[in-house]
Write a protein that binds this ligand. Structure first.
Ligand code: 5GP
Length: 192
């Protein structure tokens, strides 16, 4: 998505060799007009797939997921990062290792909000090693719901998550795919 790539080139900053900071328009301050364009692009990609629920993970996926849900006219469920002691039979639960902090979180969704009748589009801001996406996919499977695919804003294609998930037959659509990046060279996209 050209508009998104332009914005990353203009306002994104690279930390070390593997973290892209996009706090000025995606992860802290949010450019809702850009989100609307992102939402429309996910709608175009997944049009006709019968999506009736969007699933994301707190916190940074929620804004994008909400704007995307407006295009699909469906609800958003966000998986919550939880303390183990709160987990009971009323939730689906899985574990996710955080890319940014390294910690392992229990992640839960209430059984009330995900079930076999759902055709789920997973939305997230970044795809790196794939742990967040795999956790969400696990929750979809536990619920007996149908996974339509995933919509990712920024995929760091030099990290293994995207390839691994696509090799499993999962549809992963990423609007900007980063081939490489460094503090010196900035960001290079796969299709540059
Ligand atoms: P994964 O689970 O695929 O390794 O990482 C995905 C999650 O980690 C995303 O939900 C996102 O919040 C965070 N993340 C991974 N890489 C980056 C990055 O380069 N920049 C930012 N801002 N977040 C990232």
């Amino acid at each position: 998505m050209e508009l998104l790539k332009q914005r990353i080139r203009k306002d994104g900053t690279v930390k070390g060799n593997d973290v892209l900071k996009v706090d000025s328009f995606l992860n802290h301050q949010m450019d809702v007009a850009l989100f609307e364009e992102i939402g429309k692009e996910f709608k175009r990609l997944y049009e006709g797939c019968g999506v009736n629920k969007i699933l994301t993970i707190e916190a940074s996926g929620i804004g994008i997921a909400c704007v995307t849900a407006q295009s699909f006219h469906c609800p958003v469920v966000f998986a919550k990062k939880s303390q183990s002691k709160n987990i009971d039979g009323a939730v689906y639960a899985t574990k996710v290792q955080s890319f940014t902090h390294g910690k392992i979180y229990d992640v839960i969704v209430s059984k009330k909000f995900l079930g076999p009748e759902d055709k789920v589009l997973i939305i997230d801001d970044f795809l790196a090693n794939g742990a967040a996406l795999e956790g969400l996919i696990d929750l979809v499977r536990q619920a007996g719901a149908t996974l339509v695919g995933a919509g990712i804003v920024v995929e760091k294609a030099f990290q293994p998550g995207g390839d691994r998930l696509r090799a499993q037959g999962i549809r992963v659509e990423s609007l900007a795919r980063v081939k490489s990046m460094s503090e010196e060279t900035g960001v290079v996209f796969v299709d540059d």
